[in-house]
Write a protein that binds this ligand. Structure first.
Ligand code: NAD
Length: 375
């Protein structure tokens, strides 16, 4: 089978779905790999490296798409990209189909089988394929570096002849993969870190990484059977906002990562809180693509409001494209090795991983949650 990797077309997307190292492993597994000219350049990988790995570089995107049996992408596909694909081919990409169900429908209508990397079940067996985690780890790290860069202060406690500098205070909303990585990164730089989450299991994880946990007391069950956060009630969110007000307004940096799968992100940082923050403080809203945790963040923009810098960066992994591409490509390789053999992929619906992430098949949307959304 031919596996093709196009250059990502979303402005600002620097990642690529396959590295030369992974291309070489795919070829060894029996696939032919075609890559669009300069597809890896923004992530630090030259065409020559892919050629050395055994891949073929193709100039025309039409030729690349129409000859491929499998296409690997990072960003959710556009209608124009889907239309270029060969009928019956398999597209593997991030899709976020619970937010964008029409993509699954369009693939089905065009006879394209679609695997959403964001729907790979997060089981032990599928850990190597967990692209949500690999990219969230990078995003968590970069969020701290980016916010620190906008802060007119240093992070660590410093005792010098010129006086003592107190450590920076960082507040993180959401202790999932990204939030915990942000906590670890901010701690390593010397900050005092406070973290809030609504899943009870987050408390121990935060404390084990040296963070202080901001706990909202409730009798509501905030976690679903898969371990994800449930959508909090209005009453809960009101109580949470009251509790975090003091923590947020005393912080130098606030990083928000709070998401509820398939739902709009909860608003946690209000305009009123920002008005009361110290001048020069920084808010970074990682949930900005899904509605935002901060009431006044703007997608793709860094703005200054009430003397506070508000960063609405929707794609932090793309700012660290070499490592995020390396990790994502390895996630894809693990998935292809799971579903394929000797250069051929076979999609078996009885397989738990395939069942979780294959959302369109043989002209039909087959995922129940997405079918429901499309009704
Ligand atoms: P996510 O990106 O969906 O959400 C980020 C965090 O926001 C979550 O911790 C969530 O609880 C939190 N959140 C939601 N509403 C909030 C609110 N109002 N206030 C504060 N926080 C709020 O989550 P994720 O990073 O993808 O991970 C979710 C869970 O899945 C975590 O428990 C994670 O450890 C787990 N996980 C398990 C595996 C596995 O292999 N079993 C792999 C990866 C992740």
């Amino acid at each position: 089978m031919i596996i093709a990797i196009p250059k990502e077309i979303l402005p600002g997307e620097n990642r690529v779905a396959c590295t030369p190292d992974v291309a070489s492993k795919l070829i060894k597994s029996g696939y032919e790999v075609h890559i669009q000219k300069d597809a890896g350049l923004n992530a630090g990988f030259k065409d020559e490296q892919y050629v050395k790995a055994g891949a073929k570089v193709i100039d025309s995107v039409e030729q690349l798409f129409s000859s491929a049996d499998i296409v690997l992408k990072v960003q959710k596909p556009t209608e124009d990209e889907i239309k270029k694909l060969k009928k019956g081919s398999l597209l593997i990409s991030f899709v976020y189909a619970l937010h964008y169900p029409e993509i699954a429908k369009f693939c089905a209508e065009n006879g394209i089988d679609l695997i959403a990397m964001d729907m790979v079940p997060r089981t032990t067996l599928a850990q190597k394929m967990d692209a949500l985690s690999s990219q969230a780890n990078i995003a968590g790290y970069k969020s701290v570096i980016l916010a620190a860069n906008h802060l007119g202060k240093i992070f660590p406690l410093m005792m010098t002849a010129a006086g003592t500098i107190s450590p920076a205070k960082v507040v993180i909303m959401g202790a999932g993969v990204a939030g915990l990585q942000a906590l670890g990164t901010a701690k390593r730089l010397g900050a005092v870190v406070e973290v809030s989450d609504i899943r009870p299991s987050a408390k121990e994880e935060v404390q084990s990484l040296g963070g202080k946990f901001i706990e909202v007391e409730t009798t509501e069950n905030m976690q679903d059977e898969r371990g994800y956060a449930k959508q909090a009630s209005e009453e809960f969110l009101k109580k949470q906002k009251e509790l975090i007000f003091k923590h947020v307004t005393e912080a130098d940096i606030v990083i928000t990562t709070a998401l509820v799968p398939g739902k709009k992100a909860p608003v946690l940082i209000t305009e009123e809180m920002i008005k009361n923050m110290k001048p020069g403080s920084v808010v970074l809203d990682m949930a900005v693509e899904f509605g935002g945790n901060c009431e006044i963040s703007e997608p793709g923009k860094t703005v200054k409001k009430y003397d506070v810098t508000i960063i609405g960066e929707p794609n932090l992994p793309s700012l660290v494209p070499t490592h995020s591409s390396e990790m994502y490509a390895k996630n894809l390789l693990a998935l292809i090795q799971h579903i394929g053999k000797n250069g051929q992929v076979e999609l078996k619906l009885e397989d738990e991983i395939v069942k979780g992430c294959l959302i369109s098949r043989n002209g039909e949307v087959i995922n129940d949650r997405i079918k429901e959304l499309l009704k």
